[in-house]
Design a protein around this ligand. Structure first.
Ligand code: AMP
Length: 565
């Protein structure tokens, strides 16, 4: 039984497989790597997926649907003839097609898949994607972010030991920017930002609008079929501009043929406002990662729309360097999902790659703050795990009682970025009884632990009584079996240990203490300072900072040891 990687795109989807020591794209029955994410139903109820469906987009628009990934996770339904579908159902049909193509190509059954999603998909959208995979008959335990998958595909090709990447992913319907850092054998996502409603389709739309404006047409007067034809011609022209300077958009409307000659300059001008919208997510991702633009060593282009010369020029100017295009931007995400699938099955060839990811939203709780007039005001959001924290992650915060004789503390588990608790998403609640006393006298520790599969475990412990409660929130409820959850939680156990107690950190501190005792003078002073710094980092519980510092700290200890010999 094989495992495959799937890039479920807005316009096109791809399937890939990890063969021996490298990923390969599996072609569909037409020998093409891209399968259009389009579904069509015939009059007698037969379902078509891919290229045939794409053709029917024009001949049978009322029975065909595309770009449904944009409604993933929503209640929107699509009526095709006598049948009604959700975006999940339609995606399941696409995945099923990819699965069949893969089985045909590999000559064996496929039972599992790793599927990629835009980094900014929320939980509902991710859950819907997972359900689509399951509906297609595939175990779908791992959903990965598209830019992460892309960087992983590049990571395998990259010889540098230490690199900071910016992944610029402009697909059909989404834009994602990710900042990734690779050092030694670790690939880490430092920040993600993006726009779920900006993609290549919008650039096609600019071309269509230009045409409509030029000929003084009214979109409302166009039939569905005419609009589809115009869209196709506009998209062809947009693509053709990648290779030639003058291109024509043509379309027959109301039996009359219309044409528009487009030039790269004219088109670029009309795309200015779209280009402007690409800027903000880049700025935000860099600032969230605390990385300066000039520190980015490589810029990776992902997604079909990055083939447009105007995008490449824009990225080069903005980033001050030429982007990497060694892997086809259409295929790189799928390649990465195949690498992920091999990691999941623990393929020997790639076990040395350690992968970390980030938590896309801030997870926190609701607290009361004392106002200058002495009264408390509830409803303030208190972040515990900040967005873009590297996962798996475990953080603990101490909260105290607000009122005299308070006998219960209620912890709301919230997800979001708003300062106001009410504006964030309530994921769950936990409460514990506490002994009555003066305000501020009683305290609880609230620990959030978030793993790579989206399981959030919340533990609260009353300091004075030791009473504790736990709540496990699954990002994809009902899909994991109890055994799987138990297995994953067992893996989490080691994480929940305060870093101070972790073996490698304890070892470093013990060694430093020993060297302190064995030395005098300057070495002793340095050691004493470094021990204090390391201890304070351990208190802050930032795994990344600790790890970075530990590397330098152990080097220093080695130098002191060498000097003593
Ligand atoms: P994706 O979702 O990554 O498959 O991206 C599809 C988008 O890329 C669509 O909007 C396509 O029109 C666009 N695209 C694909 N190939 C090209 C090309 N050669 N030049 C310009 N845009 C392209």
């Amino acid at each position: 039984m094989a495992i495959i990687g799937i890039d479920l795109g807005t316009t096109n989807s791809l399937v890939a497989y990890f063969k021996e020591d490298h990923p390969i794209i599996i072609p569909n029955i037409y020998g093409e790597s891209l399968t259009p994410s389009v579904v069509s139903v015939s009059e007698d109820g037969e379902v078509y997926v891919g290229r045939i469906a794409q053709e029917r987009l024009i001949s049978h628009p009322e029975l065909t649907v595309s770009v449904f990934k944009r409604s993933m996770g929503s209640k929107k339904s699509y009526r095709l003839g006598s049948k009604t579908f959700t975006s999940e159902d339609l995606s399941a049909l696409v995945i099923r097609k990819l699965k069949e193509d893969a089985e045909e190509f590999l000559g064996e059954e496929v039972d599992e898949a790793v599927i990629s999603v835009p980094a900014y998909f929320n939980d509902t959208q991710r859950r819907a994607t997972k359900t689509a995979g399951e509906l297609a008959g595939l175990k779908t335990e791992r959903i990965v972010n598209e830019p992460t998958a892309a960087a992983v595909a590049y990571g395998l090709h990259d010889e540098h030991d230490y690199t900071k990447y910016l992944v610029f992913d402009l697909g059909g319907g989404t834009f994602d920017v990710s900042i990734l850092e690779k050092y030694n054998n670790v690939m880490e996502v430092r920040a993600v930002a993006g726009d779920n409603f900006l993609g290549g389709e919008d650039f096609t739309y600019v071309m269509m609008s230009w045409f409509i404006e030029h000929h003084n047409l009214d979109v409302e007067d166009l039939s569905y079929k005419e609009k589809s034809l115009l869209r196709k011609s506009a998209e062809d022209a947009k693509k053709a501009l990648s290779n030639s300077r003058n291109v024509t958009v043509s379309c027959t409307i109301n039996k009359q043929n219309y044409e528009l000659l487009v030039t790269p300059d004219g088109y670029e001008k009309r795309c200015e406002s779209l280009l402007g919208r690409l800027r903000n997510p880049i700025k935000r991702a860099l600032s969230d990662a605390s990385i300066k633009l000039q520190d980015i060593e490589s810029v990776l282009l992902v997604g079909g729309a990055t083939k447009m010369p105007l995008i490449r020029t824009f990225v080069s100017k903005l980033m001050g360097r030429f982007p990497s295009v060694a892997i086809d931007p259409d295929e790189v995400v799928a390649m990465g999902t195949a690498v992920h699938s091999a990691m999941k099955r623990r393929n020997k060839a790639i076990t040395e790659i350690v992968l970390t990811d980030v938590c896309p939203y801030t997870l926190g709780t609701n607290i009361s703050l004392r106002k200058p007039n002495g009264f408390h005001e509830s409803g303030h959001f208190y972040p515990i795990i900040e967005r873009n924290s590297v996962i798996p992650v475990s953080r603990s915060e101490r909260l105290v009682t607000v009122y005299d004789n308070q006998d219960i503390i209620n912890v709301e588990i919230l997800q979001g970025e708003s300062r106001k608790a009410d504006d964030n998403v309530l994921l769950g609640e936990l409460n514990v009884p506490i002994p009555e006393g003066k305000a501020g006298q009683e305290a609880i520790d609230v620990r959030y632990t978030y793993d790579i599969n989206g399981i959030l475990e919340v533990d609260i412990t009353v300091i004075s009584t030791g009473v504790s409660k736990t709540l496990i929130l699954e990002k994809n409820p009902g899909i994991l079996t109890e055994e799987e959850i138990a297995e994953k939680l067992a893996a989490l156990k080691s994480l929940k240990v305060h870093p101070r107690d972790k073996d490698e950190n304890r070892l470093l501190l013990a060694k430093a203490e020993r060297l302190y005792e064995e030395n005098i003078g300057e070495a002793r002073m340095i050691l004493s300072q470094e021990i204090v710094i390391f201890e304070s980092l351990l208190d802050r519980q930032d795994e990344r900072e600790i790890r970075d510092y530990a590397v330098r700290f152990s080097e220093l200890l080695r130098e002191i040891e060498d000097y003593m010999e």
